[in-house]
Ligand binder design. Structure first.
Ligand SMILES: [Fe+2]
Ligand SMILES: [Fe+2]
Length: 255
């Protein structure tokens, strides 16, 4: 893979992101490149000063191509493979975020807190449950940062892993803040509570989904392509086992 090739790909990617290329042409280009090339080209754009959030403007065709990658990746790896476990955890986390959105919507619709409002109390319980699980995702991030990313970095994929680490650091205090907010013994000021809840939920909802999307469709496929030695995957698995799993990890659930 030559430097010129990646540079050219980065130019095309930028044009696609700006909407300067027809959907048909974009589909043809993106359908024909590998995840490693995509990853390296995006890394090149970041090096050129393109902001990570600008790369989020992936067009519809790009999304279609990439969503298919996740399903393919699950088929190619199978249960027990570190990437399969990480993708399965993402599925669970996306489910938690959906519950969180619904419960927060109900809470925000209430003008006042009332002990007798069973729906409200159930929604608050749901939020507490989700918040606990989101804090549990730290073990998922730790497996990424300490088992998977170093092996990718050894293959020269350093830009995307750096961004993922920054996003973990950014999300960590917000997940804790949600847990602390919802774990308070009593809600003193319901309006204030709703305001803080709304801010944290929308921040986590958008950014964690975006983070998962990037990992599922760009980072993990790139890892699968770049790490070809079975013994390296064995090492990643062994290190992952040492770090441990979340209480909701499929196959590792804690009753
Ligand atoms: Fe991550
Ligand atoms: Fe992840």
């Amino acid at each position: 893979m030559s430097v010129e090739h990646i540079d050219k790909l980065a130019d095309v990617l930028l044009a696609i992101n700006k909407g300067e290329v027809s959907e048909e042409e974009a589909g043809r280009v993106l359908g024909g490149i590998s995840e490693v090339e995509l990853s390296l080209a995006e890394q090149r754009l970041l090096e050129r000063g393109v902001k990570p959030e600008e790369l989020r403007g992936l067009c519809a065709v790009h999304l279609q191509v990439l969503n298919k990658e996740v399903e393919d990746l699950k088929k190619k790896t199978g249960p027990g493979h570190p990437l399969y476990t990480l993708v399965s955890e993402h599925d669970r986390i996306l489910g938690f975020l959906e519950t969180l959105d619904k419960a927060a919507k109900l809470v925000l619709s209430r003008p006042a807190y009332a002990e007798s409002d069973h729906q409200l109390r159930a929604a608050l319980d749901d939020i507490k449950n989700v918040a606990y699980h989101l804090v549990e995702t730290e073990k998922h991030h730790a497996r990424e940062e300490e088992a998977l990313f170093p092996a990718m970095e050894a293959k020269g994929i350093t830009g995307p892993t750096r961004i993922m680490r920054l996003e973990h650091d950014d999300l960590r205090p917000r997940k804790k803040a949600l847990y602390e907010l919802i774990s308070r013994a009593r809600i003193e000021d319901f309006e204030e509570f709703k305001k803080t809840l709304s801010e944290i939920v929308s921040y986590i909802g958008f950014n964690l989904r975006d983070h998962i999307f990037k990992e599922n469709t760009i980072l993990y496929p790139a890892a699968y392509k770049a790490i070809v030695e079975p013994e390296t995957w064995d090492e990643i698995k062994a290190r992952s086992d040492e770090i441990g799993y979340c209480c909701f990890t499929p196959g590792h659930e804690v009753a």
